[in-house]
Design a binder for this molecule. Structure first.
Ligand code: FES
Length: 344
């Protein structure tokens, strides 16, 4: 994959390039594979300045620094790790204006039984939080035009992308799906930019087929999709192989062709990992204190030392934790089992 910056054939593309960062441009050239974002150790102290609820189960929080220093810059698609008061770590996309270094904005849907989202919804102005990041595993690449697809709260990384494409004067279209209009945040505000380019499509008329979502997409458009895994997979399968497609899911990737294996914990018991579950899930049944965040391999929270054995995600993808370590959330033993040191 080339890492040279793409040519910017017109002023609009140049404007978009100013919004995306150099590192993003290097990371995302066209194509279906992207480089995972590495861990960011930078820690930020912020305070909740305001909370609003555009939907009954969605809280939008504005987070401001506790010092006078501006917050680190970011680009569309970036997220932060949020350390919640209980110590839980959760990742949320930044959905505000990247040009505003005085505040970050996140929008969080309350998930039934979700400890992290429940804590976020209990936050009030004045609460202090620690953040790590921002980092970007879903950056916006330059393209002649864009089709943005968002499922439910998947609108959060997409919203700054829409604003960036619009500000750059590039052609774009947004399709936002959801349970019903009352549960679909942010896209109503985006429709104010260009009402004829935003389709808000509640599922009460039936879950849209991928051909409907992709209707009229230009062959050279970049398609950005964030939503539940079935939506992403359906869109991916429906697109021609040459179409530029970028996606971000907000749940763990499906395990394909998994085999059971054993995790021996140094100083602890042996755990059997079933074919359809992750080592993280299996280990947390007996060691629920083992931390995690992204469940997709890239945040580093669940990376631990491998004492014996080797792991990969699958035969074609290495373990993102690197040599001598494993990401419990996605790594699977190459043989019958591995030994890990949970002391990290
Ligand atoms: S939870 Fe993020 S790398 Fe495993």
């Amino acid at each position: 994959m080339s890492t040279a910056p793409p040519p910017y054939p017109n002023p609009a593309a140049t404007a978009l390039a100013a919004i995306t960062t150099v590192s993003q441009r290097m990371a995302v050239r066209s194509g279906r594979r992207r480089r995972p974002a590495g861990p960011v150790e930078r820690t930020l102290q912020v305070e909740v300045r305001a909370v609003r609820r555009p939907c009954p189960d969605v809280a939008v929080l504005d987070l401001v620094p506790i010092t006078s220093a501006p917050l680190p810059g970011w680009g569309p698609g970036a997220h932060v790790d949020v350390e919640l008061p209980s110590g839980l770590l959760r990742q949320y996309s930044l959905c505000g204006d990247p040009a505003d270094r005085s505040a970050y904005r996140i929008a969080v849907r309350a998930v039934p039984g979700g400890a992290g989202s429940a804590e976020v919804h209990a936050l009030t102005p004045g609460a202090r939080l620690r953040l790590r990041g921002p980092r970007n595993a879903f950056p916006l690449a330059t393209a002649p035009s864009y089709l943005f697809l968002a499922g439910g709260i998947g609108i959060t990384p997409i919203a700054p992308m829409v604003r960036a494409a619009h500000a750059a004067g590039l052609p774009w279209r947004l399709v936002h799906t959801g349970r019903d209009l009352a549960s679909m945040p942010l896209s109503g505000e985006l429709a104010a930019l260009a009402p004829d380019r935003v389709v808000r499509r509640p599922d009460d008329g039936g879950v849209p087929r991928p051909e409907q979502l992709l209707s009229g997409v230009d062959a050279d458009a970049a398609v950005y999709c964030c939503g539940p895994p079935p939506m992403i997979e359906a869109v991916r399968r429906a697109l021609p192989a040459a179409q530029r497609f970028h996606s971000e899911r907000f749940s763990p990737p499906p395990i394909r062709d998994g085999r059971p294996f054993t995790v021996r914990i140094v100083g602890g018991p042996e755990v059997t990992v079933p074919a359809d579950r992750s080592a993280l899930d299996a280990v947390r049944e007996i060691r629920p204190e083992v931390p995690y965040s992204c469940r997709q391999g890239f945040c580093g929270t669940c990376h631990v030392r491998l004492v014996a054995g080797t792991t990969t995600i699958d035969p074609t993808r290495p373990d993102p934790a690197g040599p001598g370590r494993t990401a419990l959330c996605v790594g699977r033993a190459e043989g019958d089992g591995v030994t890990v040191d949970l002391g990290r």
